[in-house]
Design a protein around this ligand. Structure first.
Ligand code: FES
Length: 121
């Protein structure tokens, strides 16, 4: 912490599926930091821990919870395996994450394909 509280620690967060990375403040949610940098690797939904679209699995590094994580989206067992909601956690170290929400399959299918899934071009 600094005398004026102006200088936030920024930690690198990398998304396994896309290889994208962005800097995340240690007092802000991973999802909010990602959105503020204009990145879109993790689906953004309610930003409040309720919809589950931002579900991720922490592959390396550690996180700090900022608020409740809905058990409807992350069970106790899953939490023990590293699953959490990106809108509910801040990084405590550099992180590598895997997107694991229900939109990850169509999202990454479209991401990986050269064809536009909507227009078919
Ligand atoms: S954006 Fe809805 S739970 Fe994270």
């Amino acid at each position: 912490m600094t005398a004026f509280g102006m200088c936030k620690t920024r930690l690198q967060v990398t998304i396994r599926q896309t290889g994208e990375s962005f800097a995340c403040a240690d007092d802000q949610s991973v999802l909010a930091s990602m959105a503020s940098t204009g990145r879109r690797g993790i689906p953004v939904g309610c930003l409040g821990g309720g919809c589950g679209v931002c579900k991720v699995r922490v592959l390396s590094g550690s996180v700090q919870r900022l608020g409740p994580v809905s058990r409807a989206h992350v069970s106790c067992d899953e939490e023990g395996q590293g699953y959490t909601l990106a809108c509910r956690v801040a990084p405590r170290s550099e992180l590598e994450l895997e997107v694991a929400g229900r939109f990850c399959k169509p999202f990454f299918k479209g991401f990986a394909s050269s064809a536009d899934p909507v227009s078919g071009k």
